[in-house]
Design a protein around this ligand. Structure first.
Ligand SMILES: Cc1cc2nc3c(=O)[nH]c(=O)nc-3n(C[C@H](O)[C@H](O)[C@H](O)COP(=O)(O)OP(=O)(O)OC[C@H]3O[C@@H](n4cnc5c(N)ncnc54)[C@H](O)[C@@H]3O)c2cc1C
Length: 508
């Protein structure tokens, strides 16, 4: 039983299937390819190690040993086979970044060469080998409504293998990350779910947009869903139950909004499943060349450091770097600022953000990076004004003052645009512009005018229109349940062509 991004005991299909074997062994592999991948951060590994410590204890209580080994997946599995001659491999399907996709292909080839059946179970609403999006929502719903997988009783036979202590960040060669992360593990995930559904969801709709209220008002389940310490199905079913049981219309409405986002989770992951290249290439290839040659390292460094001279952008970036989390709107603003104001390519900024987000989920992340950068070809272009966002989402300046202490004494009327302070106000506020806090690294109006001309100009071209129809056909949501053009793709998707065939899909 190979644990991947599914570090839990409850609602775990492969674990339940492993109960049918006379003896079993669980393994998690810390792969050098993961540690070396440019989207991986020590904070991700730290969170995973804490989840593994709890998981190991939970499995030990059920009589199942959990080995944690470091190495490339095929090498570790081959070594394990030489030790215990295992006959079957069980795991969940994974819709991950390029390195894990390549690894899955290698493992599939190795399993085939040794005659070991590798049974992969789905754990989300992502459908492998999907031809088009017709009926996708219905299938998602059916999977989410399937009863949870329950483990019935402990294992009898523990295999006689040493279980050395878990590695540490230092033993893996990683430096401390310095972030204050939310609590890891399955128990924390279940606590987070129940506190949200029972209490915190009351203010969800109003809390979503401001980074101040979102911190507590959003569910904060994203790292748990990313590392699989709770299943999406568990969250979905708890939400549906709460909707059915509440007499309050307003609460039911809030919970329905939340339930929709659980579907978006898989909707975006499905895009990467269907087209793995979106991690590297524009959805709309007409956007190729738009920003590639314009990358400005100094602007990039200032954006990463939270020193752009735009207080709301800087506060959001510093908060994210300290905690590993930020609400949706502020993530979108950070990307909009990087892609439109600074004209930086989404790949480099996306890798930096991937390392900062504790909930890094490749399918959601790369789709959103492209959406907020205008390169999907199909979504409305959203260019956020950092000044307007400061006024709307932090009207009292609490968030800015908390994360940009240089501006702590700046009077509220100047807080979103401190460059407008004259020297006497700067003196009173103890903040010299260009010395204590940077002047804006770009001019807002000029940068916006440039970006609008480029983006809207491109969208009008015939090639952009043709491509938009194609992207919509492949990836667009289907409210009607039918593809918009009536066309159906006959070719296999890349993962279906190259990845191991999806066996053991219990839900379709
Ligand atoms: C540039 C950018 C990158 C992002 N990268 C990620 C990522 O790597 N991982 C990630 O989980 N989310 C990502 N998001 C989406 C969203 O910002 C986070 O899911 C959300 O902020 C997580 O906090 P929460 O769990 O409290 O959200 P809640 O509002 O409580 O939502 C519950 C769950 O619904 C899903 N969800 C919510 N919003 C979205 C959305 N817009 N798209 C897809 N799923 C959604 C998530 O699984 C989330 O945990 C990204 C958004 C942007 C703009």
């Amino acid at each position: 039983m190979w644990f991947k991004r599914d570090l839990r005991v409850h609602d775990h299909a492969p674990l339940v299937a492993a109960r049918t074997y006379a003896d079993a062994l669980a393994i998690f592999i810390i792969e050098p390819e993961w540690l070396a991948s440019p989207d991986c951060d020590a904070s991700h590994v730290d969170f995973a190690l804490a989840c593994l410590a709890e998981l190991r204890a939970a499995l030990a209580a059920r009589g199942l040993p959990l080995l944690v080994r470091v190495g490339s997946a095929v090498a570790v599995l081959a070594q394990l086979r030489s030790e215990v001659a295992f006959t079957d491999l069980l795991s969940h399907e994974e819709t991950g970044a390029a390195w894990s996709y390549a690894r899955d292909r290698q493992v599939a080839a190795w399993c085939a060469s040794c005659g070991i059946p590798w049974q992969q179970f789905n754990q989300t609403g992502v459908i492998r080998g999907l031809r088009n999006r017709a009926g996708w929502v219905r299938r998602w719903q059916a999977r989410m409504d399937t009863p949870l997988h329950l483990l019935d009783g402990p294992w009898n036979a523990a295999l006689p293998l040493d279980q050395p202590a878990l590695p540490t960040l230092a033993s893996l060669g990683l430096s401390p990350h310095g972030k204050t992360l939310q609590a890891a593990g399955e128990r924390a995930a279940r606590r987070t779910l129940s506190s949200f559904v029972q209490v915190r969801s009351h203010g969800y709709r109003k809390a979503l947009s401001s980074p101040l209220s979102a911190e507590d008002g959003c569910s904060r389940l994203s790292p748990h869903l990313a590392f699989g310490t709770i299943s999406l199905r568990t969250v979905h079913q708890a939400t549906e139950l709460a909707i059915r049981n509440t007499p309050e219309r307003e609460l039911a409405y809030a919970l329905r909004g939340f339930a929709r986002r659980l579907r978006w989770h898989c909707h975006f992951m499905q895009k990467l499943e269907d087209e793995p290249n979106i991690e590297f290439h524009n959805f709309a290839r007409v956007c190729d060349g738009l920003r590639e040659d314009a990358f400005n390292d100094e602007n990039f460094e200032a954006w990463c450091a939270g020193r752009t001279g735009y207080p709301m952008v800087d506060a959001c970036m510093r908060s994210l770097r300290a905690t590993g989390w930020l609400n949706f709107r502020m993530r979108a603003m950070l990307v909009s600022f990087a892609s439109y104001h600074l004209w930086l390519h989404w790949r480099q900024t996306g890798l930096f953000l991937a390392r900062q987000f504790l909930d890094f989920e490749p399918g959601i992340h790369w789709s959103q990076m492209q959406m907020q950068s205008g390169t999907t070809g199909i979504n409305t272009l959203r260019m956020y004004s950092p000044t307007k966002q400061a006024h709307d989402q932090d009207p009292q300046g609490v968030f800015i003052r908390r994360w940009v202490p240089e501006l702590a004494k700046v009077p509220l009327p100047y807080l979103a645009e401190p460059w407008k302070m004259d020297p006497s106000v700067q003196h009173m506020a103890g903040c010299r512009m260009g010395v204590d806090y940077p002047l804006p690294i770009v001019d807002d109006k000029a940068a916006m005018a440039f970006a609008k001309e480029k983006m809207y100009g491109l969208r009008k071209t015939p090639q952009a229109r043709v491509e938009a129809a194609d992207v919509q056909d492949r990836h667009g949501s289907r409210k009607s349940g039918l593809p918009p053009s009536g066309q159906r793709r006959k070719t296999k998707t890349p993962r279906e062509r190259e990845a191991p065939s999806p066996q053991g899909d219990l839900f379709s």
